[in-house]
Design a protein around this ligand. Sequence first.
Ligand code: SF4
Length: 342
Amino acid sequence: MKLFMPETVFFEPSALKYPLGNELFEFFEKQGTEIIKTSIQNVSRSIPGNNEQQKYARAKKTLVITTKKSMSLDVCKPSADFEFSLATNCPANCEYCYLQTTQGYKPYLRTYVNLEDIFDTILKHIEKNNQPITTFEVASAGDPLALEHLTGSLGKTIEFFGSLENARLRVVTKFSNVDSLLPIRHNGHTRFRVSINSRHVIKNFEHNTADFDERIEAASKISKAGYPIGFIVAPIMVYDGWREEYKELFEKLRQQVDVNPAKETVTFELIQHRFTPIAKNFILQRFPGTKLDMDESKRTLKWGKFGRFKYVYPKETAKELKETISAMIMENFPDSRIEYFT
Ligand code: SF4
């Protein structure tokens, strides 16, 4: 896959007080990338575009180098005890991405260069949590591998967790640039969950991510390097030929992924396609020709947190999806664990 290179990079003054901020500044200067030094408050209005589609496309090529200011971590149940970010947003253009809503009109990328402060915060939360193992999710606000070739931050974080007996890291990715992570002393403390899907879903809705074969190859490399591995199958979609394509997916995974080196149970998380009215509005503006099925009349309402609702498949269809996909998984990975279907 083609690795991301921004067209414009904003540097917040605070970022240049850290070694990684300076390294990135020198790197982009040598590349001849457009560099703007300014405060993050000015970024949104500096991104050009005559309509939402143009602004979105341009924002996805804009990187802000900044520092993490808030050192209080959010709880991330049920996936982990806490979540933290090395970066926010991601250069890919998945049409259904939940960030369409959560990051609304600010879809530009941010990376945080004060890693030492972030690690210090993690240590404080481990101490406060006072449990034998405290778990941390690093992929809630974007894809942590998408900027790895520029920052190296995920590698440093994996190594940091490798040195901690009482903490574990959880990563999710749709990218395949894993080679730099293979020799790291991870000590089995980082679980990679590779986000996978059928060829149809990846090709039509997950633009600028690793393709079907690249993701399986990345999962194969990660598992052979001894990392505990899992898969997020999301969003699961119903379309002509979905059964055959998902069957192919799990068979290919079984052929190529070595589940033994880590001696940890392989996990699967299953999420059916859903959309909210707000997300639909963003998606139609940003991807006017989308083929995403967002016909409310063919869906059922599911109430979520804070009184928000989303459209999911009707009960019977969801049941069929759950049973069919679960059977395919168990046939190919009999010792795995399906953590949930939602
Ligand atoms: S890779 Fe993940 S974070 Fe990035 S656009 Fe796709 S769904 Fe969103």
